[in-house]
Design a protein around this ligand. Structure first.
Ligand code: ADP
Length: 307
């Protein structure tokens, strides 16, 4: 069976079972619209004209089919958690599972027609306001998430923890451990940072905010009404400043974004160093995923933080 036929069959069946489409409605066309970093993307259109976005990912010796399905399951849970805050547009997740060709996992979600964010009117300001609203949404009172997920291709453990600094220490240590044998020059400053992590948070009362988790410029877009849309999250309940770390690493956010965001969530003392700590998590993750081109930025962030 071709991949297209497998998508038509399995995804139609699951969408019917979940009442996302009618019992007599089927996916009629499946158009490959490219791929992201991890998966291939398809625009599917049903016999009633409903458009559905489907991501697929093939299993491999590195990632079994069960693991692919689990990855899409955690993405679906992440999208739902973000959607449930009603603060910023995310595609509503529909169904996920394994295609019946036995070696692909899939995730089906709302298709959003995306426009260019460059030149869209006021969109950075709206993103700033809406991201702050997301971070202010009422949470579970603990740090973590209902399931583990992945940051890029690296596992991200989200076990609930009542203490943010403890949660963050574990999160950083996970990346530092992965890097330690290939990049031993990181070990000493990394340990110094873990040892004095508390000192960067003195006087703060941190409440859990739902973070997108991977909000680099490629993971947000605008819809046809110039509203921001966020995609491909790796969410967790954590310190609101953590999302600003990954945004700093790759840039693409202007003063309209920051002014609007900080009008709702003002900067607190020590902000700059903490944002660098949150950026470091992502540069070391990139070091682990893509290699030594991220070593100098990781070392430089560490020395700025420890100064
Ligand atoms: P990956 O996990 O492989 O990185 P993404 O979720 O980032 O894949 O999706 C890849 C691209 O597909 C995005 O950059 C975006 O352009 C497009 N896209 C993602 N989700 C949707 C959606 N729900 N509707 C329309 N286009 C989407």
């Amino acid at each position: 069976m071709t991949l297209t036929d497998a998508i038509k069959r399995t995804v139609t069946e699951k969408l019917q079972q979940s009442s996302t489409i009618a019992k007599d409605e089927v996916l009629e066309s499946v158009e490959n619209i490219g791929g992201g970093c991890i998966s291939d993307a398809y625009l599917c259109t049903s016999s009633n004209g409903k458009q559905i976005f489907v991501k697929t990912c093939e299993s491999s010796p590195k990632q079994t089919l069960d693991e692919v399905v689990e990855m899409f399951g955690s993405e679906a849970k992440g999208l739902k958690a973000l959607d449930d805050t009603h603060t910023i547009r995310v595609p509503t997740p529909y169904v996920y599972g394994a295609l019946d060709n036995d070696n692909y996992g899939f995730l089906a979600m709302e298709y959003i027609s995306l426009g260019s964010k460059y030149g869209a009117s006021g969109v950075q300001r709206k993103l700033g306001e809406q991201l702050a609203d997301l971070h202010l949404a009422k949470g579970p009172g603990q740090f973590g998430f209902e399931c583990d997920n992945t940051i890029g291709s690296t596992p991200q453990v989200n076990t609930w923890c009542p203490d943010w600094i403890e949660f963050l220490r574990r999160r950083l240590a996970y990346q530092f451990d992965l890097a330690s044998s290939r990049y031993p020059q990181l070990n000493k400053p990394a340990q110094q940072l873990l040892d004095k992590l508390d000192t960067y948070f003195e006087g703060l009362d941190i409440r859990p905010s739902l973070n997108h988790g991977d909000l680099w410029s490629g993971n947000w877009a605008v819809d046809d009404n110039d509203n921001p849309v966020i995609l491909d999250p790796a969410p967790f309940w954590g310190h609101s400043e953590a999302d600003l770390g990954i945004m700093k690493v790759f840039g693409g956010f202007d003063s309209n974004f920051y002014d609007a965001y900080h009008a709702k969530i003002p900067k607190e003392p020590g902000y700059q160093k903490r944002v660098n700590i949150y950026a470091l998590y992502h540069t070391v993750n990139h070091l682990n995923m893509f290699g030594s081109s991220y070593l100098s930025s990781s070392m430089s962030l560490l020395s700025q933080i420890l100064q």
